[in-house]
Design a protein around this ligand. Structure first.
Ligand SMILES: NC(=O)c1ccc[n+]([C@@H]2O[C@H](COP(=O)([O-])OP(=O)(O)OC[C@H]3O[C@@H](n4cnc5c(N)ncnc54)[C@H](OP(=O)(O)O)[C@@H]3O)[C@@H](O)[C@H]2O)c1
Length: 325
């Protein structure tokens, strides 16, 4: 069987993302074949396409998050049947395709109430937010929490969930419109960090006490400022580098306020199948009971993956990006 897929042959600009016809093999032991209905676009995909990450062997099919329907099962598979609706996140790439083979252990069954579109755009981001808020640093009521890119995909989920846990959330955002969005999605305070000195503003907002945790996915432009915002024993959870890689860093800088630092990977954090499915259930329940509201979705056809990447890199965008095969 053949299916359309985006194949990256060389790292570079978005126009390297080109549609090709690829062969989809029959599923082997423990594998299923899926027809994708919705494919999530994540900032990770930009790192891979641009060459910042060398984690996808080229030529290769990018993409780490999707939803769809099981169309065939391999020998010895026990967990899924043709017709089952599923979603997944994966470090094995290959999501920018109309169909693929995948290890059945990676799949999360989708309840009727959850749309393919929601799952494909919010599973990876939501699992990331869960792990950051519950495992990397367990947010408590009345904690002061700083979230960068608070109107972004992961950012908006972090803010809503931290607020639901009773924390006071301070968000940074790149525009007035995004700051308004952040204030409607869990933030008590929003800082325009391209115009204002966010370290000074956090100091004012917290009356000099700093934050117990800073969630920083922006990296190069914010890392040292985030460190400066921490309260004594506060934790800096760096989990991305949307502005570029964090420069080399003296560990002794943590000593002054007895701070700690982590650099989480959601794939490693939630590598256990049972744990990942359990967290996914909690995530989908949080969308179901209104604790979390999904961000608006901008749709592109699979063939227009390059346009989706341009939108992802443009800081005008808010919400999630979706490819439709
Ligand atoms: N560690 C993990 O396991 C894990 C898992 C998932 C995601 N992540 C990371 O989480 C972050 C958010 O991912 P996402 O997919 O939800 O993306 P996103 O937050 O929707 O988009 C990234 C945001 O970063 C901000 N930004 C700051 N400097 C930027 C720059 N120079 N260029 C572009 N954007 C810049 C922009 O918001 P403003 O305009 O408001 O500044 C932009 O909207 C990414 O860094 C991603 O790598 C990590």
């Amino acid at each position: 069987m053949h299916a359309p897929a985006i194949v990256l042959r060389a790292a570079g600009e978005p126009d390297q993302l080109r549609l090709e016809d690829v062969e989809v093999a029959e599923p082997g032991p423990g594998e299923v074949q899926i027809r994708h209905t919705a494919i999530g676009v994540n900032f990770h995909d930009v790192y891979v396409r641009s060459g910042l990450y060398h984690t996808l062997p080229l030529p290769g099919i990018p993409g780490i998050e999707a939803a769809g329907v099981v169309t065939a099962t391999g020998p010895g598979t026990t967990q899924f049947r043709p017709g089952d609706r599923v979603a997944y996140m994966t470090r094995q790439y290959g999501c920018y395709a109309a169909a693929r083979i995948i290890d059945e252990d990676l799949l999360i069954p989708l309840p009727d109430a959850v749309s393919d579109e929601l799952a494909a755009t919010h599973l990876l981001k939501g699992l990331t937010a869960y792990a950051l808020l519950h495992e990397v640093y367990a947010v408590k009521p009345r904690d002061r929490v700083l979230v960068h890119a608070a109107a972004g995909g992961v950012g908006a989920l972090l803010c809503q969930w931290a607020a639901a846990k009773g924390a006071c959330v301070i968000g940074t955002a790149g525009s007035q419109k995004k700051a308004g969005f952040a204030l409607q999605h869990g933030c008590s305070h929003a800082i325009l960090y391209r115009e204002e000195d966010f370290v000074r503003r956090v100091d004012e907002i917290t009356a000099g006490q700093g934050v117990q945790v800073a969630y920083d996915s922006v990296g190069k432009d914010t890392f040292f400022g985030s460190l400066a915002c921490l309260a004594p024993t506060g934790h800096l959870a760096n989990f991305g580098q949307s502005s570029g890689a964090v420069p080399p860093f003296e560990v002794s800088q943590l000593f002054k306020k007895s701070n700690s630092l982590s650099r989480m990977s959601v794939f490693v954090q939630l590598r256990d199948v049972g744990h990942r499915r359990d967290v996914a259930r909690q995530l989908l329940a949080a969308f179901g009971d209104g604790t979390l509201s999904p961000s608006p979705v901008q749709r592109f056809s699979l063939a227009d993956a390059a346009q989706a990447h341009r939108a992802m890199e443009s800081r005008e965008r808010m919400g999630s990006l979706l490819l439709v095969p």
